[in-house]
Each structure stands twice: as C-alpha cells, then as structure tokens.
Write a protein that binds this ligand. Sequence first.
Ligand code: FAD
Length: 463
Amino acid sequence: MTRTLLWFRDDLRVEDHPALTFAVHAASDDGDVVGLYVLDDETPGIRPLGGAARWWLHHALLSLADRLRDLGIPLLIRCGPAAQQVPAVVQATGSTGVVWTRRYGGPERETDASVKEDLRGRGFTAHSFPGSLLQEPWTISTGGGGPYRVFTPFYKNLSGHPLRELLPVPKPVAEYSGVQSSLAGAGVSLGAVDDLDLLPTRPDWAGGLRDRWTPTEEGGQQRLRQFVDQEGDAYTRARDVPGVQGTSLLSPYLRFGQVSPLSAWTAASELDHEPSASTFRSELGWREFCWHLLYHFPDLPEKNLRTQFDAYPWRTQAQEPDVFRAWSAGRTGFPFVDAGMRELWQSGHMHNRVRMAAASLLVKNLGIHWREGEAWFWDTLVDADAASNPANWQWVAGSGADAAPFFRIFNPERQRDRFDPDDVYVRRWVPEFGSEDYPDPLVDLRASRQQALAEYQQLSGGS
Ligand code: FAD
C-alpha cells in the first residue's frame, strides 16, 4: 500500500494543487494520503509569522482540514523545526514518501533540500512541485543568464512562457475514518490547530480582522468571483482610489496559497475590459517579480539591494520612538497616511496607493529606516509576504530593484487631493479628522523633503 505524506506550507488549498493531484494519483489503487502542516518558528533564518498572519493561518488551517476531510485526507498538525518533524512524521505514519509545493526563500530552500536528502538517503521518496508562482524563478533569466532587476523586461519574459493547466479538486482518495483509525492504530495523533496558539488572546485584537475577512479557501474563491463578476472591469480606473472597492483583495489568499496565482491569472480572461485584465495580470506579475528577487537575493529583507544606500543616515525606531509610534498609530497629522495606518491596524490590510504614501513618509520625510516600517507591516498585514513586503519597501526607499527614484517623494497631501478628493477614505478611518483632537503634522513636508534630497546627494558609489 502506498501512503503519501503531503507537507503543506504556503499552499493551503485543494484546488489547482499539483502536489495534491500527484499524491492522490499515487494513491489511486489501494493507497492513501496524509496531510501535514508544521509551524516552524525555530529553524534559523525562517522568519516567524507576524501576529496578523498567525491569525489568518489559524483559520486557513481549520478550513484546509475540513476540505481535506472531504477527500479522505487527515491533516496532522505539528510544531518545531521542519527538518526534524517531517522525517519523524514520514516514519511514524508509515508513509512511503513525501511531496510538497516548492518555496523560494533561502533558508526554506535549504531546509527542503536537507529534508529531501535525508529522506531519500533512507529509502523514502521525496518530490517537490510548482504551485505558488506562475513560473519557477530560475526559468526567467536575462539574455546573460542572470536575474532581472527591472520589472518590464522580466514581465515580458514571464508572459512568453506557457502556463500549465489548471487542476480541478481531486476526487476523494479514501474513507477518512479508515485513514484516521489506521493512524490512531500506529499511535499517531492528529494534533490540533488550537495547540499552535496562533490566535491573540490577551487582548484579542482580531475583531476588525474577523469583520473584514473570510480567511478560507472558499472565501478566496468567492472574492475572486466577486472581483471578476462585479469589480474587475473597472480595475484600471478604480484601483488607485482607496475610498472605493476597486482592487481584488486577493493578496492574503495568494499569500497563503488559498487561491493559486494561476487561478487568478486565468480568471482575468473573463473580464470584458481588456486593459483591466492586462493591468491586473501585470500586478500578479509584480508578485512574481518580488519572488524572483528574493530567490536571487535572499538578503532582500535585510540588505539594500543597491549598496550605495548603506551609507544613507536612516534612523532607527529606538532613536525616534515618538515619531515611530505616531506613524504606526496613524497620528502623523497627514490624514491620507493616518487613514492607511489605521486601516492596517484594524483590518490587517492597507490599500496599495496608501502603502506607498505611508512608506514614503516614514523613510523619506521622517528619516526612519525602511526595515523598521517593513517589520511593522510584517506584523500587522494579513498578506505579509516574505518577498513582496521587503521588495516593495525597498522600491519605495529607492534602494531596491526597479525602484522609484529617490527624488520621487510622495507628498501625502497631494496624494489625498488626487486619490481621495472627497475624503471618503480619510473619514472612514479617521473620524476625528478636522476636529481639535486631530494632531498637527508631525513634520514639515517641504523641509524634510529637502533634507532627504541633501542626504541622498551625499551618497556615492555602490551599485
Ligand atoms: P490587487 O490590486 O487586486 O492586485 C492583485 C494581486 O497582485 C495582489 O493580491 C498581489 O498578490 C499582487 N500585487 C499587486 N501589487 C503588487 C506589488 N506592488 N508587489 C507585489 N505584488 C503585488 N503585497 C503583498 O501581497 N504582501 C505584502 O507584504 C506587501 N507589502 C507591501 C509593502 C509596501 C510598502 C507596498 C507599497 C506594497 C506592498 N504590497 C504587498 C503590494 C500591494 O500593496 C498589495 O499586494 C496589494 O495592496 C494587495 O491588494 P489587492 O489584493 O487588492 O491587490
């Protein structure tokens, strides 16, 4: 009998899942499949999830366990270093091998390679599959064979590659109760999502997240359907206006793999408005670009891609605690940014246009290092993504790939005039705006801009 262990990571879905499809196929005669999730906060270099992402993960795992149950696949939950947990579970469950969807961060790849080597060395099979990106990062390279640092040629190259077929939800593979009792007979407990302690308790700050999101695979599919059926044709017009529902809100579902990028890409062809379909696809292309960067530059979350920025005199949160607190609490006195920071704190999301303005204010006007803002976003975003977050912060800071030129300093007041002229967004999140309770601006925009440009002039050399 073939028992395949399916190690889930950032691919918490059953639809369009190549590794799952393979495992189910392998079990087709008299075999079965067992699922596994390992919360790994211990392997050095693997970044522990932030608070909002942990909240999302809790619900995503419960929803995955339900969907897998319908397929006759129990989901085991474990905690600890993956390099120890996975081989132990393979052995304990009597699996013949393990399959997984590839991940692309440096320490994650090292872990996966060592698990593969360990298991193969002991006679088990181990296979990895695509599924989290449209194309594997190593298949897209410049004429010289290196990584891209500029989006447009990257995207052109990416778009020229054929896509794999979308995969349906597989048919049930076995009787759930049979597999479960065979595991119980072998002394293997399922483990509980609750035991991972992913939810906030004292205090429970997740009320706003619960109000806004349905963090399940079905929730992701419904979001995609609503976007394609009702909102997507206005995407080119509405995507920059934070006061309206103009973007897909798919980012956390893509982050946790509850919606595959291929499903989102494919669904775009249902839009009637071709420019909107193209623009939406190119945003998915930005996600691919960020992962391409992280794959080739694993230090992206810590180090300036353009090393000349190592000499920029950014300050830290510890040096500027009051300024950082005002920014993170949405009390800078710039209502467009404050609305975004409060949207983030309360709902775990922030509109892209406002992310750019909030990040620019922090790194350029308030002079605080992009890493500090990136860490705050990492903790508070439900879509906190190991590649997209640092890549976009570096883009705003000017230190990254295809970055906004440093001298392009977003003016939060002009952004508000242009993209929220009637203060719809501002009033939604900053109800006291216009009253005396609302703070004065934290910084003089013009003087701080000039200072940032002067610091920038001092930089020289680097790449
Ligand atoms: P849509 O406009 O509907 O876009 C569709 C999808 O394309 C998104 O879900 C996302 O997966 C992808 N996408 C869109 N824009 C970008 C982009 N600039 N870079 C990479 N992918 C993109 N996105 C994250 O998913 N996780 C992050 O941690 C993250 N941090 C960011 C930090 C900063 C400072 C900035 C400026 C942007 C960041 N973004 C991040 C990118 C972008 O803001 C979000 O992807 C977007 O707001 C999500 O909303 P949506 O799903 O409605 O986007």
